[in-house]
Design a protein around this ligand. Sequence first.
Ligand SMILES: [Zn+2]
Length: 242
Amino acid sequence: MRILAASDFHEKKPVYLKKIIKIYKPDIIVSSGDFCQGDWFIRPKGKKNAHFKKAAIKTKSTLKYLDSFNIPIYIVLGNHDVSKTHYDFSTYSKHLDINKFIKTLKNVKIIHNKKIKLGQFTLVGYNYIFREKRSPDYKKNLTALMKKQKNTILFTHDVPYGCKLDIIRNKKSPYNGKHVGDKYLLWAIKKYSPILNICGHMHENQGKCKIGKTLVVNPGFGQNGEAAIIDLPKLKIKFIKL
Ligand SMILES: [Zn+2]
């Protein structure tokens, strides 16, 4: 099975994928979130409504474009897609309810708190959950999804804590050089050893790393034309950077 992984488009239509699909002919596409941008820190005075209206149009256009490839596309949502607590979601949601919108599409499916069979593999998906909202349920849900599964592919927006893919690489950031990944994901990976964790979120860290038996893959920053081709069961990874 060949997977095309690409995420973090942040409202930019990923036209670069068309060529990649033509060359590599993936069986499925997985996209780990951040279709929206939202820009909760950019609030042009008096233009908020127009700003969010435009943001919603761009996000819908990205999702429709992905749907048009006529290949099964599995997604989870990122922090920019679920930011109810972080920006003026009441204004934004007037223009876009992303869960509702995805239901109108043919090929794009959200895999949140769910598992689906893909031949001999099980895809277990979970949306981004803000740190302050990571209740014991999150751990309980991951446990329920992953136990007794073989050949699991854990599919998340966030990255597990502690491997090189969760290091902030931005000299202007006070967190430069620090690990900022998710400790719950690290726990789940160590406990259940999925064969693969496909994540996203850390735009600067296209790449792979190993946690125990699990290969963690970040396909990179989709807004800049990055992606990954994953061949199973061999776990051969090709990173693409346009
Ligand atoms: Zn992102």
